[in-house]
Design a protein around this ligand. Structure first.
Ligand code: PLP
Length: 375
């Protein structure tokens, strides 16, 4: 099977799995336990936090709270910091943000949604118009999970703070962490990430937070994570995140060069009578969003699946949604007829050029058949 849906989830990184295995077999202690083994594990988790933060931010200014997933990290940001006045976010956000801000709306907070540009990055001018004295939280995703569009969150956060310096600025970095080189500047306050998008275990996430920000937990219990997120830490899962991140950041530059070559091959060899490229040239290298004329994305997905190729149609998390069309693609200005034909290819470091060549052939053959039937 050729797996090209790595934006939905990734295979557990082999090195990470091997290195983390010791936390299942030998170092299985509770990191909150008082005996030496527990205390040592707790110290190890402290080092892991610092290391993860250091990839994207200054670890003197930022700290990290482990969560159960990217969705929990996003919810934590919204429910903690979007409780008064208005929340400003974007049409491109993942449902982890959209559904939580909708819940805040039910609870009486005004929600303002900024439109997207045609490449699905946020329209910054329009976003800034929505920010005022009453804005408590602004949340702008770093990389869009459907198209790979990149928002310049440092510049956006700076402009937002110039309008209202009391705003808390959050970014959903789930599709960016480990995939783009960058450092958070002093205007970003919160950043979400998820282990399973970069070769770590599913069910492990983190919220990077500016140390000076006050925090009100919404999970109470044994007081883990300094009382901010109770529940015994998933030490094995956290360690897979640490080691998977280590692998990703170590190879980031070379992997991205390779992914750009894969994308080029797709662009040059897909049947141009059928396929249109939706992702812009500045999209993240590992995501390529396409439209296949006259082919319903979902049918094409099943056809190529039968031939040994796994791709996505948009966000895996929204594939259960009653809404047939991608909210993000419509927000870029495409009509329903295009939104219906969208597929997403996403690479991991394990993807090979041979797989890319086969994938293009399978896609061309299947789409030609399907488009022929639809004429
Ligand atoms: N945010 C974005 C941009 C995502 O792509 C995803 C997953 O698809 C999430 C949040 C949710 O992450 P998790 O699956 O860890 O809950």
């Amino acid at each position: 099977m050729i797996y090209m849906d790595n934006a939905a989830t990734t295979k557990l990184n082999e090195v990470a799995l091997q290195k983390a295995n010791v936390y299942l077999t030998e170092k299985y202690y509770n990191p909150s336990a008082l005996y030496r083994e527990g205390f040592e594990l707790n110290m190890e988790l402290e080092a892991t936090r610092k290391k993860l933060v250091s990839y994207v931010a200054d670890s003197d200014e930022f700290e990290l709270i482990f969560t159960s997933c990217g969705t929990e990290s996003d919810n934590t940001a919204v429910f903690n910091y979007g409780r008064r006045g208005n929340i400003v976010t974007t049409e491109g956000e993942h449902s982890a943000i959209i559904s939580s801000v909708n819940e805040m709306k039910n609870r009486g907070v005004e929600v303002r949604i900024a439109p997207l540009n045609s490449d699905s990055s946020v329209n910054v001018e329009k976003l800034l118009e929505l920010v005022d004295e009453k804005t408590s939280l602004v949340s702008v995703m770093h990389v869009n999970n459907e198209t790979g569009a990149v928002n310049d969150i440092n510049a956006i956060a700076k402009a937002v703070k110039e309008k209202n310096k009391r705003v808390i600025f959050h970014s959903d970095g789930v599709q960016a962490f480990g995939k783009l080189p960058f450092k958070l500047n002093k205007n970003v306050d919160l950043y979400s990430l998820s282990a399973h998008k970069i070769g770590g275990l599913k069910g492990v996430g983190a919220l990077i937070k500016r140390k000076t920000l006050q925090f009100n937990p919404f999970i109470y219990g044994g007081g883990q994570e300094k009382g901010r997120r109770s529940g015994t830490e998933n030490v094995f899962g956290i360690k897979t995140l640490e080691y998977a991140a280590e692998e990703k950041f170590k190879n980031l530059k070379n992997d991205n060069i390779r992914f750009e070559e894969y994308k080029k091959y797709f662009k040059e060899n897909l049947n141009s009578q059928i396929f249109d490229i939706i992702s812009s040239d500045n999209a993240i290298p590992c995501i390529l969003c396409l439209s296949a004329k006259k082919c319903r994305g979902e049918i094409l997905l099943h056809m190529v699946n039968d031939k040994g190729l796994i791709i996505g149609t948009g966000s895996a998390c929204s594939s259960n949604s009653k809404n047939r069309y991608s909210r993000v693609i419509l927000a870029c200005g495409y009509g329903e007829s295009v939104a219906d034909t969208v597929i997403r290819i996403s690479f991991s470091p394990e993807t090979t050029m041979e797989e890319v060549v086969s994938a293009v052939e399978i896609l061309n053959n299947s789409a030609e058949k399907l488009a022929g039937k639809m004429v």
